[in-house]
Ligand binder design. Structure first.
Ligand code: 13P
Ligand code: SF4
Length: 311
């Protein structure tokens, strides 16, 4: 029973005792973002995990992110407050099916979004995040055939932007898939001067209306640079917490789902992590990410290529 505990103070104490670093993604609850040592997008969080000299990484994010941290920092203890924090993109791409797809297209390389399992990373040539995908794609020779998975919307966006054909795996993010074009246009009609910033995991009927398309950090930087007063944000709404901290006088409106508000776009996996579970994870050093060493080395190759090519 944790009811009498000052969780913030206990987490502070354990962070020091364990020599732990707390990393959080922008889609985490505000209270977790506030106590993290670092908040960032998927690429920045991977870099932090690779660099840290802490003994323990407490990862407030989803499982593929914590696994990435373990792949890059195998000597560290990596804990994830809730092991059920998965991702619909990872679920859409079982390794055996991905292996069969690759085998059916032997002349293609696999350029793979980081939102996938360690097994799928091990079956891939180069990993990308939403912030590094464009730079990396531009370094791949034009005649090289490409399989892109598991997010067909990010793949489709890159394919249209660079006029480059790719074989797309049919996965989607259930969060970004849920934005409604009709409701977005209604909102835009109420705020005609507000630009729209969208994540490339959104389907084309959303990104086509966007003034800016980019990763969570990209969207945050766009908000910081914008001249106007109001921004419509088409990604998971917890990122608005960082925008409001940085720009308290501006207005940020989460893009709506079919019900007309942005609450249906909260990521159910990210939301599983709580202060209570973070406290328990630091106290018990469980649940802990463990990866078979050969699998880790195989997955690390495609991640290292990303880190080299992302500049
Ligand atoms: P980025 O923070 O890299 O843009 O990733 C978004 C996302 O959906 C993470 O699950
Ligand atoms: Fe996966 Fe989408 Fe949640 Fe990110 S927001 S973890 S892509 S389900």
């Amino acid at each position: 029973n944790l009811s009498g505990l000052d969780l913030r103070a206990e987490i502070e104490r354990l962070r020091k005792e364990r020599n732990a670093v707390i990393l959080a993604h922008y889609y985490q609850r505000p209270e977790l973002q506030d106590l993290a040592d670092f908040v960032g997008d998927s690429l920045e969080l991977s870099r932090k995990a690779a660099e840290t000299d802490a003994d323990v990484i407490a990862f407030c994010g989803v499982k593929f992110m914590a696994e990435t941290a373990k792949i890059l920092s195998p000597e560290k203890i990596v804990v994830l407050p809730d092991m059920e924090a998965g991702c619909s993109l990872e679920d859409s791409c079982p390794p055996e099916k991905f292996a069969a797809f690759r085998a059916a297209h032997p002349d293609h390389i696999a350029l793979t979004y980081i939102n996938c399992s360690t097994e799928v990373k091990a079956l891939s040539d180069i990993i990308v995040t939403s912030s590094s995908a464009e730079t990396i794609l531009q370094q791949i020779p034009a005649d090289q055939k490409i399989i892109f998975g598991p997010d067909r919307h990010l793949g489709g966006y890159l394919s249209r932007k660079f006029n480059r054909e790719m074989l797309l795996w049919p996965g989607v993010c259930i969060v970004h898939e849920a934005f409604s074009e009709t409701e977005l246009l209604k909102l835009k009609a109420q705020h005609p001067d507000a630009p729209i910033a969208a994540h490339p995991e959104c389907p084309p009927h959303i990104v086509n209306h966007a003034d800016y398309v980019g990763s969570t950090s990209g969207i945050l930087n766009y908000a910081k640079a914008m001249a106007g007063q109001t921004l419509i944000v088409a990604t998971e709404p917890h990122i608005i917490h960082q925008m409001q901290l940085a720009l308290p006088d501006k207005t940020f409106i989460g893009a709506p789902g079919a019900d007309g508000n942005c609450n249906c776009n909260i990521c159910p996996y990210m939301a599983l992590n709580t202060m209570e579970k973070l406290y328990v994870a630091l106290r018990d050093l469980e649940p802990r990410i463990e990866i078979d060493e050969q699998l880790r080395l195989d997955a690390k190759k495609s991640l290292d290529r990303m880190l080299d090519m992302a500049s």
